[in-house]
Design a binder for this molecule. Structure first.
Ligand SMILES: [Zn+2]
Length: 418
């Protein structure tokens, strides 16, 4: 089946170089005014001005969609999320508003550990049901590819349960899911007095088991002095690399642990968070292909004020990606549009830099830039139609969902009811 989207008042193609966009190119959207996209099957066949694309059709039969008055752009790639959890933690939200800190809540057995208790008591079927609706919500907000982490099981059985749920979700929903093993998310209660044994369990048992069954593409580690040290992270990541997994790190979020520079040394695909990085860390990222993935949603939701230095990273030529960090504790949003607003107002990224960060550079952060992240012939037809006349209005009208239609691999997977 052929699908023609024409005319598109503003068509953001992001076509051009296959490399991550850095420096001045971080703002390069490659816009076509009054454009058109021709889709054949799952793939983009043609792209250009509406006039050109219609002429090249030579009268072939097509199904038509008008995007008059709309911005058409690549589907968002959300390259850092924790979407598999049993229940929200709104009780802790209220406690924090009243003055209890995130760390104090964690010390009382709340925080990640409360999500772990719920996870261990939840059957696989129930977990699947709890998570399914969230997958549609990503699509409703214009997101077509999502990285999804484990990390609320913290033992082999429950980490595998989470990753199997992610695999099943990928089969039953149109959303494309990229699984990441995050066994090193927190030290489970039963290992608190001997955490080194948990590190051994992660690297010697969990990683080989999960890699062999191809349940994960990446391995992540939450590097903080009170959780996993640089040396723990290095052992875990090296084991993961030996088993063919790519590396991502929760780096320099709550304190400057040095994880960004560890990520550079290990050849990580991305280093994520970076709220506390130094000038030297930025220097270490220059001239590498490590993507700096920034997660302003967690800073906003926790009511903190230290955002990652996006401006300094971009000005230093480091490719920057944006993601929601969707999770029940520190960032309960799956709206990439809201993340664009935060990136613009709180981190002084321009709307065009933020959109590149949320599409093309995020695709690089998942090693998927060959198939998603831009609208070019031969790539997957993953796109969202936003009901705004100019792309800058996506972050400008904040806290609103502008997505009118989402197309994944050539299929309409979401359409706003009129
Ligand atoms: Zn995270």
């Amino acid at each position: 089946m052929r699908l023609l989207i024409s005319p598109c008042t503003q068509l953001l193609t992001l076509c051009g170089s296959p490399l991550p966009r850095r420096g001045p190119r971080q703002a390069d959207l490659s816009i076509i005014q009054q454009g058109a996209v021709l889709i054949e099957g799952e793939v983009i066949q043609g792209i250009g001005s509406a006039e050109e694309v219609e002429r090249d059709l030579k009268g072939l039969p097509v199904e038509r969609i008008s995007a008059e008055g709309c911005v058409v752009m690549p589907g968002f790639v959300d390259s850092h999320t924790h979407p598999v959890f049993v229940q929200p933690r709104d009780d802790e939200y209220e406690l924090r508003i009243k003055g209890t800190t995130y760390q104090q809540i964690a010390e009382r057995g709340g925080g990640i550990l409360s999500s772990v208790r719920a996870m261990r008591n939840c059957s696989k079927e129930k977990l699947l049901q709890a998570t399914l609706r969230r997958m549609s919500q990503f699509l409703e907000h214009g997101t077509t590819t999502v990285e999804a982490k484990s990390g609320y099981g913290l033992d082999l059985e429950n980490e595998v349960k989470m990753l199997e749920v992610i695999r099943e979700l990928a089969q039953i929903t149109p959303l494309e899911l990229v699984p990441t093993f995050l066994g090193a998310h927190e030290i489970p209660v039963e290992f608190r007095s001997h955490p080194e044994d948990y590190v051994d369990l992660v690297k010697n048992q969990m990683i080989p088991f999960i890699a062999e069954r191809k349940l994960a593409r990446f391995c992540d580690c939450f590097v903080e002095p009170h959780l996993f040290s640089l040396s723990d992270a290095e052992q875990i990541c090296s084991a993961a690399q030996r088993h063919g997994l790519g590396i991502k790190l929760h780096a320099d979020q709550l304190s400057r642990s040095g994880a960004t520079q560890l990520g550079v040394r290990l050849g990580a695909v991305s280093v994520d968070h970076l709220e506390q990085i130094s000038q030297e860390d930025i220097k270490a990222l220059q001239q590498t292909n490590v993507v700096a993935t920034l997660l302003p949603g967690s800073v906003f939701h926790l009511g903190l004020d230290r955002y990652a230095p996006a401006r300094a990273l971009i000005d230093a030529g480091v490719p920057v990606a944006l993601a929601t960090d969707f999770n029940p504790g520190s960032s309960p949003t799956l709206s990439m549009q809201m993340i664009l607003s935060l990136a613009c107002t709180q981190m002084r990224m321009t709307p065009s830099e933020a959109i590149v960060a949320a599409t093309m550079n995020a695709a690089h952060a998942l090693l998927r830039s060959g198939s998603v992240g831009s609208l070019e012939p031969g790539k997957q037809a993953d796109l969202s139609i936003m009901q705004v006349e100019d792309y800058r209005q996506i972050p400008y009208f904040f806290g609103m969902n502008h997505c009118k239609m989402t197309i994944k691999k050539g299929q309409i997977v979401y359409q706003r009811p009129n």
